[in-house]
Design a binder for this molecule. Structure first.
Ligand code: MG
Ligand code: MG
Length: 272
């Protein structure tokens, strides 16, 4: 059942989402060759707790860490390890936080040092596919409209859209209804109404959309060993329109990037 949120609840969700956003901003400064994903995990856990929140993934379905850390051919749900990052890697970092009874949950794929141009393009297209999807998240549209927009954009660039893992409703529970696939047909699926909050999270592979799962029961990786990217925002429907609750602006500030990509999806100006 879809849980509709009040405007007050959506403001609490924005607070949780922004704790995740600031955590990712903090990590953006630390992602470089030589650092281990376990070190990053510790930084994230400390920061989230300093904000009066609880790491949203730690213990969820028995996941043992604060962050899902998925380098290169890993799609999602990788574990932090003692393995140092290497120049040219990409690392997808997914982070959750629970505060005031509501979850924030969003993700970004970072470049480690200088990455190959074709890898950079995968990241750009995956991030843009997220916004193509968000644009369709308006009252009266349906789940399939979002999935279609993401799939259409990613496949136009020759990439594979992961089928087995999907976005989701978000609220007092990390994974609420509806499921939000990154593929679909226009006009199909549940209809969007005001007060819905969802996590939209395209997982896009440079090659085949097919995946394998490691025997650890968690780590998902591409079947052909080519890289995969993952970007996720938390989005509410307010006054019929999509309103992004999370932000990549803390990451961009850390990396010295200027971007107005989120402006279209904010009803009020966002100030860092
Ligand atoms: Mg996530
Ligand atoms: Mg999610």
């Amino acid at each position: 059942m879809i849980q509709i949120k009040t405007l007050e609840e959506i403001e609490l969700m924005r607070e949780s989402a922004l704790i995740v956003s600031r955590t990712l901003g903090l990590l953006a400064k630390e992602v470089k060759p030589g650092v281990t994903t376990l070190q990053l995990d510790k930084i994230a856990e400390e920061y989230i707790r300093s904000q009066g929140a609880i790491p949203g993934f730690l213990g969820l379905y028995d996941f043992p860490n604060t962050l899902c850390m998925s380098p290169n051919a890993q799609v999602v749900h990788g574990f932090p390890t003692k393995e140092p990052l290497i120049e040219g890697d990409i690392i997808s970092i997914d982070c959750g936080a629970l505060k005031n009874g509501f979850y924030g949950d969003h993700a970004y794929t970072f470049e480690v040092g200088e990455v190959a141009p074709e890898t950079k393009k995968l990241l750009d297209v995956t991030k843009q596919s997220l916004y193509e999807g968000i644009r369709e998240l308006k009252a009266g549209n349906r789940v399939g409209d979002v999935g279609f927009a993401i799939q259409n954009y990613a496949e136009k660039h020759g990439y594979g859209v992961v089928r087995e893992l999907v976005g989701h409703g978000l609220g007092r529970v990390m994974h609420e209804d509806p499921e939000m696939p990154n593929y679909g047909k226009r006009g199909r699926g549940k209809k969007f109404v005001n007060g819905m909050v969802v996590a939209i999270e395209p997982m896009i592979n440079m090659g085949t959309h097919k995946i394998n799962q490691l025997k650890d029961g968690w780590t998902i990786l591409t079947r052909d060993g080519k890289p995969s990217a993952h970007f996720e925002h938390d989005v509410a429907i307010i006054d019929g329109k999509p309103e992004i609750l999370s932000t990549f602006q803390y990451i961009y500030e850390a990396l010295g990037i200027t971007s107005d990509e989120e402006n279209e999806f904010r009803q009020k100006e966002f100030i860092l």
